[in-house]
Design a protein around this ligand. Structure first.
Ligand code: SF4
Length: 249
């Protein structure tokens, strides 16, 4: 799954199209990309995305690890990396964000919710995450992502098919009709072993919580340690049926 070293670099400042693309044009590009790149290496997918969408493209990262940010920093130096700063992250997660910002050739954009945690407590009552996590995720993740993505036609994620049954059919490129944008998942086909190899090969920053028994890392109120052999995502919203924050649906 790990590939070519000699990559032509993509200049993100180059104009990619005369004027803004319509949803129909983006859909057509997504179809083309999906067919062209279904079995392509991650670097090739990343290169296609950065060169196709230029400055209208960003990477999103939860800062559980910095694999996808690193991948794009090699292919498209200076690329925007959007991080949703919910105000409820573990310090270890913010540390990865800060290391990425200071050591990689990317532009980290920390996007905050409209309300601070205190303001949200005042308006909705304290610990909304314990009563209505969907509402809390909407306020602190979904709305901020939608706001951030208004600057772009396409975004990349670190989603992988082997992460959970709900992600088993993740395509490498798809048109998100709800958002009207092209979603790119360059490491969709990677296994955990591919990720570990990439991290070791490039010395990519990883959240220290993985060494402390966490299998998947989100906001601290909704994340617990997982046991050996347990589904890594079982540690997210463990008191609820909820398995996704709403960013990928
Ligand atoms: Fe709120 Fe939990 Fe969602 Fe974070 S993961 S936004 S704390 S419900």
């Amino acid at each position: 799954m790990i590939v070519a070293q000699d990559l032509g670099l993509v200049s993100l400042s180059a104009p990619v199209a005369a004027g803004r693309r319509t949803a129909a044009e983006l859909q057509s590009l997504a179809l083309e990309g999906a067919s062209l790149l279904a079995d392509a290496p991650a670097e090739e997918i990343a290169r296609w995305a950065a060169s196709t969408f230029g400055s209208r493209f960003c990477v999103t990262s939860s800062m559980a690890d910095a694999v996808v940010a690193h991948l794009f920093s090699r292919v498209a130096p200076g690329v925007d990396v959007v991080f949703l700063d919910t105000g409820l992250h573990f310090p270890e997660t913010l540390k990865v964000r800060d290391i990425v910002a200071t050591t990689m050739n990317v532009n980290v954009r920390s996007i905050r919710p409209r309300m601070t945690v205190g303001q949200q407590d005042g308006e909705f009552g304290p610990r909304l995450f314990a009563r209505s996590p969907d509402e809390c995720c909407f306020l602190r993740k979904v709305e901020p992502l939608e706001r951030a993505l208004s600057d772009y036609d396409s975004w990349a994620t670190g989603l992988r098919r082997d992460e959970s049954p709900t992600r088993a059919n993740t395509p490498v490129v798809a048109f998100d009709a709800k958002k009207g944008k092209v979603k790119v998942n360059p490491i969709a086909a990677w296994t955990q072993s591919d990720v570990d190899s990439y991290i070791a090969r490039w010395n990519v920053p990883v959240n220290e919580l993985f060494k402390k028994g966490y299998g998947s890392i989100g906001c601290w109120p909704c994340t617990r340690r997982t046991k050996a052999g347990e589904d890594p995502r079982a540690g997210r919203w463990a008191m609820f049926e909820k398995t996704e924050c709403g960013l990928h649906v």
